[in-house]
Design a protein around this ligand. Structure first.
Ligand SMILES: [Zn+2]
Ligand SMILES: [Zn+2]
Length: 154
């Protein structure tokens, strides 16, 4: 399982492999030591049950979407169709625009889900079973405040 952790002090993103992770890592940006407590389920890529950074057990699922990729497809589609439009080939122009939107949709649907920790925003990628529910704003509000108090950011 691949993790993307966030430093409690400076919020830098720190990639970690759960299978071979040490009990503590040092933040490359600010030098703070971050203790990691991996559960067996995390180590063996079975499930996300407990966050190794904040020890919270509340997660949500979101699409592992790179907004830049989707935007690039739309822009390329728009540029190509504008060229055809310029030469008076409206039908082709609209066709290309529509297919760009379609490609976008296909890319989006093929994306994998990523599990995210409500408290510290650690991200978990792997073959494990997705059990977390969808994002809930109220839960996020409550748990983020709780965590930020704990690490002294508020
Ligand atoms: Zn840091
Ligand atoms: Zn966490």
């Amino acid at each position: 399982m691949q993790l993307l952790l966030h430093c409690p002090q400076c919020n830098a993103a720190l990639p970690v492999d759960a299978a071979g992770a040490p009990p503590a890592i040092k933040c490359g940006a600010c030098g703070r030591d971050i203790a990691l407590r991996f559960s067996d389920a995390l180590r063996s890529d079975q499930a996300v049950d407990r966050c190794p950074v904040c020890e919270g057990g509340d997660f949500y699922i979101r699409k592992d979407f790179d907004p830049k990729l989707g935007l690039t497809i739309v822009i390329i589609g728009a540029l190509v169709s504008a060229t055809f439009y310029w030469f008076g080939r409206d039908i082709i122009a609209y066709g290309i625009l529509a297919s760009a939107a379609l490609v976008d949709l296909v890319v989006y649907r093929r994306l994998k889900d990523v599990t995210v920790c409500y408290r510290c925003h650690a991200e978990f990628r792997g073959a494990y079973r997705r059990t977390a529910p969808a994002f809930d704003l109220h839960t996020a509000d409550v748990l983020e405040v709780e965590y930020e108090r704990k690490i002294g950011r508020r």
